[in-house]
Write a protein that binds this ligand. Structure first.
Ligand SMILES: Nc1ncnc2c1ncn2[C@@H]1O[C@H](COP(=O)(O)OP(=O)(O)OP(=O)(O)O)[C@@H](O)[C@H]1O
Ligand SMILES: [Mg+2]
Length: 361
C-alpha cells in the first residue's frame, strides 16, 4: 500500500531578490482539509512564498508538488491557471463592472451547465442568498470579503492560498468572518495556506502554524505547541508579552530570585534567559514582610512592589518591580485587580510554564 501524498508539498524553496535571500529554504506540507498559517513579521517572506506556490513568481531553487505531481522546479513549470490553486489576496479586488453572481462565476467555464447552480450554492453558503444581481459597490466590506471567498472557492481548487484576507475588515467583524470562513473551508476540503502577521488570527484559524522569520521557517506545529513550547525567546515573544529573567549556569543549575532552575546540558558560565508569560506569574499578599512558602511547582517566592496597575477589560495588567534587582515583571490577572503603586507583594513563577533558553548572541 502506498501512502497518499500530501495535497501540497513545498521543498526547499529559495528566492533571491537583488542579492538578498528573502525566502531561505522553506519546506511545507499541507493535507487536504487542513489550514496552515504562515505567520511572521512584516517583510519575512510570507507573500513571496505564496506567490511562488501560485506560480506568479519563480523560485531560484526548490520544488513544488500538488497531490504528488511536480508543478514547478527551476526548469519545469505548470502555468498558474493549471495548478488548481485558488487565490485570495489582501485587496481581494472584485471586478466592479460584474455583478456578485458574475464575480463568483468568473473562474467557471462557460460550458459548465452547473455554473449558476454552483454560484447559488456558494451564495447560500456565505449567507448572501439573493445578492447575486447586486454590484460590489453596493456591499459592505464584510460582504465583499465573502463574495471574494466564494469566487476563490467556486472552481473547487485543490489548494487555496490566502494572503491576509481579513486585514481590510473592521476589527469587530473579523472574528465572526474568520469563523464562518473556516467552517466553509473545512466543508470544501481544500488545503489552505493562509498568510498572516497576527498570532491571534493564526491561532484561531490554523491546524498548523509555520512561524517564519527572515525568510526561514523557525518552528512548525499545532498552535498549542507553538504557544507552549516555543523554540526560542523570539518565538515566545511573538505570541504574547513575555517576562525575562537572566542567569548564569553553574553546575547544571541557574540561580534566580525565584530559586534555582535546572539547566542541564548547558556548560558552566552559559548565560541563560528564563522566559515566562504574564499570566503564569502568581501573585500573593505580603504578611508583615513574609510571603508564601516555597513549593516544588512555584519555586521560591520573590518580593516585589507594585509599579503600575491598569485595567484592560477582560484582565488587569500589573507591573511589579522586583526588590532583588529592580527588574520590572508584568503579570496579568483575570478581572479587576488594581493595587496601589508601592504595595508590597510576592511573586511566584509557574515552573512548568517557564522556558529556558541559552541567551542569543
Ligand atoms: N519583487 C520584489 N523585488 C525586490 N524585493 C522584493 C520583491 N518582493 C518582495 N521583496 C522583498 O522581499 C522581502 C519579503 O517580502 P514579502 O512581501 O514576502 O514579505 P511579507 O512577509 O509578505 O511581509 P508583509 O507582512 O509586510 O506583507 C521584503 O523585504 C520585500 O521588500
Ligand atoms: Mg505580505
Amino acid at each position: 500500500m502506498t501512502a497518499t501524498p500530501p495535497r501540497l508539498e513545498v521543498q526547499n524553496l529559495i528566492r533571491v531578490y537583488d542579492g538578498r535571500t528573502v525566502v531561505d529554504d522553506v519546506s511545507l506540507t499541507i493535507e487536504a482539509g487542513q489550514v496552515t498559517c504562515l505567520l511572521g513579521p512584516s517583510g519575512c517572506g510570507k507573500s513571496t512564498t505564496l506567490r511562488m506556490i501560485a506560480g506568479v513568481d519563480m523560485q531560484d531553487a526548490g520544488r513544488i508538488f500538488v497531490d504528488g505531481s511536480l508543478v514547478c522546479d527551476t526548469v519545469f513549470r505548470v502555468p498558474p491557471e493549471r495548478r488548481s490553486i485558488g487565490l485570495m489576496f489582501q485587496d481581494f479586488a472584485l471586478f466592479p463592472h460584474l455583478s456578485v453572481a458574475e464575480n463568483i462565476a468568473f473562474g467557471l467555464p462557460r460550458s459548465d451547465s452547473t455554473r449558476m447552480a454552483r454560484v447559488e450554492e456558494l451564495l447560500e453558503r456565505v449567507a448572501l442568498s439573493g445578492f447575486g444581481p447586486k454590484y460590489p459597490h453596493e456591499l459592505s466590506g464584510g460582504e465583499q470579503q465573502r463574495v471574494a471567498l466564494a469566487r476563490a472557492l467556486a472552481p473547487r481548487p485543490r489548494i487555496l492560498l490566502m494572503d491576509e484576507p481579513f486585514s481590510g475588515l473592521d476589527e469587530r467583524l473579523r472574528d465572526g468572518i474568520r469563523d464562518d470562513t473556516l467552517a466553509l473551508l473545512k466543508e470544501e476540503g481544500a488545503a489552505v495556506l493562509l498568510v498572516t502577521h497576527e498570532p491571534h488570527e493564526a491561532m484561531r484559524m490554523a491546524d498548523q502554524i509555520a512561524l517564519m522569520r527572515a525568510g526561514r521557517i523557525v518552528q512548525r506545529g499545532a498552535p498549542y505547541n507553538l504557544y507552549n513550547a516555543p523554540v526560542d525567546r523570539a518565538a515566545a515573544a511573538f505570541f504574547s508579552d513575555i517576562n525575562i529573567l537572566e542567569g548564569m549556569v553553574q553546575g547544571a543549575l541557574t540561580e534566580t530570585p525565584f530559586g534555582e532552575f535546572l539547566t542541564p546540558g548547558l556548560a558552566d558560565g552559559t548565560a541563560v534567559e528564563i522566559v515566562i508569560r504574564p499570566q503564569h506569574l502568581k501573585i500573593d499578599f505580603d504578611r508583615a514582610g513574609k510571603g508564601p512558602l516555597p513549593t516544588a511547582v512555584d519555586g521560591t517566592p520573590a518580593r516585589a512592589e507594585v509599579a503600575r496597575a491598569r485595567f484592560m477589560g477582560r484582565e488587569s495588567l500589573v507591573e511589579f518591580r522586583l526588590c532583588h534587582d529592580g527588574r520590572i515583571l508584568k503579570a496579568t490577572v483575570p478581572a479587576v485587580f488594581l493595587p496601589k503603586p508601592g504595595t508590597p507583594m510576592w511573586l511566584m513563577l509557574r515552573r512548568d510554564r517557564c522556558f529556558v533558553f541559552p541567551k542569543a548572541g
